[in-house]
Design a protein around this ligand. Structure first.
Ligand SMILES: Cc1ncc(C[n+]2csc(CCOP(=O)(O)OP(=O)(O)O)c2C)c(N)n1
Length: 619
């Protein structure tokens, strides 16, 4: 069948054999397309049958289908008529790697930060019930990883199970986040899944399901009785049921017929139901199955046959951090590394190999990570929390009131700072400088290269009575950029002759700032470029230096609003320093997915565009 012209109408007409063929075809399609664009291959290969079953049982867009975290919505996109757009998956002007309201009426939320779908589902289903739309159902597909996030539990606590509303929660249990999901919840799911009884129960459950006609609540009751029995056998504590939910499972998430029958029963129930589906991440693709680390959770451009990257990757900022924190951990036994379910992507895997007892994976729980780090600091340790810049947003209150207010020596290592590119608006690391700027006693360093990353990281872990942070971008680390001179802790990167323009370059903007100075020189504009290394608090020496220039330009890889230019502006005002201040940075907008270079070009953050702007400012 032609996926490019596929529609939900066709899906409803298909026989079991055709559905099986469709699933196989979707897998081939996903491997072919995602290997060319990069994306979340493993998670999507795992939800092919599950997504087909959900779409056959529920009537989207009248019924609302939500995917938490959103990275596993590719099959949903194919089924809802977007297969023909997969050549431009995550590319400029192409479809997003996450649900997107502009693409389709079948996408209702634009998520990608984990653990939000159950709260959305709570609100939407409650709203439907209050507004007389009780014929509409809400389905939330949530991974075992996303279930480790606090928001999921806040939502479960609020999903009043007695209430009359149509809500089905499908737990997509593949035992993994990036790496295996760990913690008490994972253990509980394992109890349900891996009991010695499982095979027998699953077999009996399946037979029951296949032989049982679906006629609403009565049958649900029969089946539920059976399931309750199962659950009591394998998990006597019955956590989901103790929370008041009807629980159906475990179901083989790759068995379309079993999934359909279970979902139909859940649909009929009229109150929140949990369907526990067991799936395999990377299903059907040998390189993903054999990838013991991450099951191809997220891949770049790869050879579709071998799964190997087509381009050798250059040494990255992440590698530099990974090596250095491991070295620091060897010297300092107080260092504890914390990750929120991203051991490999943050580079903490190396530290974990050497110091497993000092490595903590909290699950997708950034808020908990930060407050528990404050506790570790109180107990005499020095926690280093390594997360992507965008995920710090979620733990702002904990940073402010649990770490900073308590003068806790906690170091934050923010990878993927600045414009990141293909993951779109929610994944750009452009808020951290503004957010940390309003945290009293916060120390923020922005390295321009690997040498400075190591230096600043070491200084961060030496700060014992306040939060410290080092931020760096995604991708390859540049070769070290040596300073002409270091004065009062500030690196002079380029000295213009009798320059009237001072460029304050923040972190990884240094390479471009030097290019700007060289390009401007060719146009007879002399510019001095400095790298303050530490941007919060901004050194008085930087402000004193500004007094020598008529024009000061701050270049930063974050939102201009409340960023480093704002900090400098306030300091200039407070000291009565008279110079005109300008800012190169990211406007206060949500920025769509595209390649990083394309976005920077749109934002006029290129050497040529910046020289042109400076030339306008000084004339
Ligand atoms: C708040 C937040 N922290 C971290 C991430 C990065 N992240 C994306 S997917 C993922 C794992 C999700 O695991 P699970 O929900 O089990 O889905 P699976 O990929 O296994 O299907 C993580 C940690 C995120 N999206 N949001």
């Amino acid at each position: 069948m032609d996926l490019n012209t596929f529609s939900l109408g066709v899906l409803h007409e298909m026989s079991p054999a055709q559905l099986k063929e469709l699933a196989a075809q979707i897998r081939v399609f996903l491997i072919d397309k995602v290997s060319k664009t990069g994306g979340h291959l493993g998670p999507n290969l795992g939800v092919v049958e599950l997504s087909i079953a959900v779409h056959r049982v529920f009537d989207s867009p009248k019924d609302i289908i939500l995917f938490d975290t959103g990275h596993q919505s590719y099959v949903h996109k194919i089924l809802t008529g977007r297969a023909d757009q997969f050549d431009l998956l995550r590319q400029r002007n192409g479809i997003s790697g996450y649900p997107n309201r502009r693409e389709s009426a079948h996408d209702v939320i634009e998520n990608s930060h984990a653990s939000t779908a159950l709260s959305w589902a709570d609100g939407i289903s409650r709203g439907f019930s209050l507004s007389g739309q009780s014929d509409r159902h809400v389905v939330a597909v949530v991974g075992d990883g996303a279930l480790t996030g606090g928001m999921s539990w806040e939502a479960l606590n609020n999903l009043s199970p007695e209430s009359e509303r149509n809500l089905v929660i499908v737990v997509n249990d593949n035992e993994r986040s990036y790496s295996p999901t760990i913690g008490g919840l994972a253990t509980y799911l394992t109890t349900l899944r891996a009991s010695r009884e499982y095979e027998r129960i699953l077999g009996r459950g399946k037979r029951m399901l296949h032989n049982t006609p679906v006629v609403g609540k009565y049958i649900y009751g029969t089946l539920h009785g059976l399931k309750k029995g199962i659950k009591d056998m394998v998990a006597p504590q019955g956590m989901f049921e103790d929370l008041g939910f009807k629980y159906l499972g475990p179901i083989d998430g790759h068995d379309i017929a079993a999934m359909e029958k279970t979902l139909l029963m859940a649909k009929e129930f009229g109150a929140p139901v949990i369907v526990h589906a067991i799936t395999e991440k990377g299903r059907g693709y040998t390189p993903a199955i054999e990838d013991m680390a991450e099951k191809f959770h997220a891949v770049g451009i790869v050879d579709p046959v071998t799964g190997k990257p087509l381009k050798a990757s250059a040494p990255s900022w992440t590698n530099t951090f990974s090596d250095e924190i491991t070295a620091i951990g060897r010297e300092n036994s107080k260092i504890v590394a914390i990750t929120a379910a991203m051991l490999g992507p943050t580079g903490l895997d190396k530290f974990a190999q050497s110091f497993p007892e000092r490595t903590i994976d909290v699950g997708i729980a950034e808020q908990h990570a930060v407050t528990s780090a404050a506790g570790l600091a109180y107990a005499g340790m020095h926690p280093v929390i390594a997360i992507y810049s965008t995920f710090l947003n979620r733990a702002f209150d904990q940073l402010l009131l649990d770490v900073a207010l308590h003068n806790a020596g906690v170091t934050f290592v923010l990878d993927r700072a600045g414009i990141t590119g293909d993951d779109g608006p929610s994944h750009h690391g452009i808020w951290d400088l503004a957010l940390t700027g309003i945290v009293p006693n916060m120390h923020v360093g922005a390295p321009r290269d690997g040498a400075r990353l190591k230096e600043i990281l070491r200084e961060c872990v030496a700060i014992e009575n306040a939060p410290s942070m080092v931020r760096f971008p995604k991708g390859a680390v540049p070769t070290d950029i040596s300073a002409v001179e270091r004065v009062d802790g500030i690196d002079i990167l380029h000295r213009g002759l009798a320059a009237q323009v001072l460029v304050i370059s923040v972190g990884a903007m240094a390479g471009m700032a030097i290019e700007v100075a060289q390009l401007a020189k060719a146009q007879s504009i002399e510019i001095t470029v400095i790298d303050p290394l530490w941007v919060k608090p901004i050194s008085p020496a930087v402000i004193a230096l500004c007094a020598n220039y008529s024009t000061v330009v701050v270049m930063e890889d974050g939102i201009k609003h409340a960023g480093i230019a704002s900090t400098v502006s306030e300091a200039l005002r407070n000291t009565g320093t008279n110079c005109s201040l300008h800012s190169i940075g990211v406007p206060l907008e949500f920025i769509e997915h595209s390649k990083r270079a394309e976005i920077l070009e749109d934002l006029e953050i290129t050497p040529a565009a910046i020289v042109q702007q400076i030339s306008g400012w000084i004339s």
